[in-house]
Design a binder for this molecule. Structure first.
Ligand code: AMP
Length: 442
């Protein structure tokens, strides 16, 4: 492959030369891990987004839109300096003034920032917010894992009650039901509070140090810096070494235990099945108490579709008042993949296709397309003025159920020929009645 950097002429405005040269060579592909979602797929994305946002709104959530670019510090302070996301995966760069900026790797930190910045807690601390959009992490791309991926993210501020933890899981399982996705399991754990977690971390560290030689390289580093993460390492050697690892649930303080027991009772009352999973620690440091993941058997290694939990200390840590929070992120890319296995999504087609012969007929067809579009009816036409046979082929490909044919004769008579594409019958109709006819067929 040509090495553009090596062959390009030296210049004082190097950046522009580089762009031009690459353009000259040929087609530019998208970046690895960044993909296009094409027509034919976007219908499914929109169906899912619509189903989810409707359900979220029935549960009292309101949409918030936040920027994709934030100060790097926001993520370092919230997600945690020693997490994989912050250490290895963020797209971070200085802008032209030298400020360090990061493409958001997740949305919670930004939503919390906005909640504090706009004092949304002033009227009432209870706020339920959701947002849909892209996130960026420089992970190794593979099926179900991208560097730009999409999440539906929701946060509840100001409710410490375990009732809301259970409500959220009920809502998420209902969403999966609505989407026809049945093969999912709720994994539940509690990470306690900083006080009881400290004791747990200590006993885990002691165990990890005794078994360092059985851990993978990453986990050897994590043993001191972020021991909890060792628990959810997927490397078989690590899993085996930690088969009898201590469980956070056994280390919960009285308040955290009470909260966890209450969440379980409420889940049972709402008939939400779940599995206790003491290895579920999640990749972000801000979680406290309830943590959960919804996993599926459909996706191989990337089995987590939804992840979330409580973060009672995060609002305060980011400079706000002491207000509890709980939230989750739905991985849309993965949800879309599973949805495609279980449900068809209807593609949209024009309702009418105009075949027009001659300049006047084409102008009239074009007027009809505009008129119908503002009526909410999608119509299409052939713009080439080629033979009727060729235009009919295109009409066929468009899958429009009705074709309107216009030529000089029809214009002179004030008529149009209508072809019903289901039975291929044709008839002439007066132009005045055409709109009603199309409306009633649409
Ligand atoms: P997290 O923000 O890490 O808690 O992840 C929440 C959900 O986002 C996961 O359960 C996945 O479904 C999805 N997700 C996270 N990272 C990626 C990625 N790199 N590519 C696709 N989906 C992802």
């Amino acid at each position: 492959m040509t090495n553009f950097m090596a062959t390009r002429p030296q210049s004082t405005t190097g950046r522009i030369e580089t762009c031009l040269e690459e353009n000259e060579i040929g087609m530019i592909q998208s970046i690895r891990g960044f993909r296009d979602i094409l027509p034919g797929e976007t219908e499914r994305w929109r169906t899912i987004e619509k189903t989810a946002s409707e359900l979220l709104e029935f549960f009292g959530f309101r949409e918030i839109r936040i920027p994709v670019l934030e100060k790097t510090e926001l993520f370092c302070r919230s997600i945690g300096e020693t997490t994989d996301i912050v250490e290895k995966e963020m797209y971070t760069f200085p802008d032209r003034k030298g400020d360090m900026l990061t493409l958001r790797p997740e949305a919670t930190a930004s939503v919390v920032r906005a909640y504090i910045q706009h004092q949304l807690f002033a009227a009432t601390p209870v706020q339920k917010l959701y947002t849909i959009g892209p996130m960026f992490r420089r992970e190794r791309p593979q099926k179900g894992r991208y560097r730009q991926f999409y999440q539906i993210n929701a946060e509840v501020f100001g409710i410490a009650s375990p009732l809301v933890d259970a409500q959220i899981l009920f809502m998420l399982t209902s969403l999966l039901d609505r989407l026809g996705i049945l093969d999912c399991t709720v994994h539940l754990n509690s990470l306690g509070c900083p006080a009881c977690r400290a004791g747990f971390k200590d006993s885990l560290k002691t165990m990890l140090h005794d078994r360092l030689d059985r851990l993978c390289e990453d986990c050897r580093k994590r043993a001191d810096r972020n021991p909890l993460r060792v628990l959810d390492c997927k490397v078989p050697g690590c899993r085996e070494a930690l088969q009898d690892s201590p469980s956070m649930i056994d280390h919960l303080c009285d308040d955290c235990r009470e909260h966890f027991d209450a969440v379980r009772r409420h889940l049972e009352a709402l008939s939400v099945p779940y599995t206790l999973d003491h290895r579920l620690v999640r990749g972000l440091d801000y979680y406290t108490r309830t943590t959960f993941e919804i996993q599926t058997a459909h996706l191989g290694a990337q089995s987590a579709v939804i992840g979330g939990g409580r973060y009672d200390g995060l609002v305060k840590a980011l400079g706000g008042p002491e207000i509890p929070g709980i939230g989750f992120a739905i991985g849309l890319d993965r949800l879309v993949e599973i949805h495609a296995l279980v449900q068809e999504v209807r593609q949209t087609h024009p309702r009418v296709f105009f075949c027009a012969l001659g300049e006047d007929a084409q102008r009239m067809a074009s007027e009809w397309i505009c008129r119908l579009a503002v009526e909410g009816i999608e119509a299409s036409m052939d713009y080439s003025g080629r033979s009727l046979k060729s235009q009919m082929k295109q009409a066929d490909r468009s899958e429009a159920p009705m074709v309107v044919m216009l030529g000089d004769n029809e214009l002179a008579e004030g008529q149009a020929v209508i072809r019903d594409m289901s039975d291929k019958t044709q008839r002439k109709v007066p132009m005045e009645g055409l709109l009603d006819l199309i409306r009633s067929a649409a």
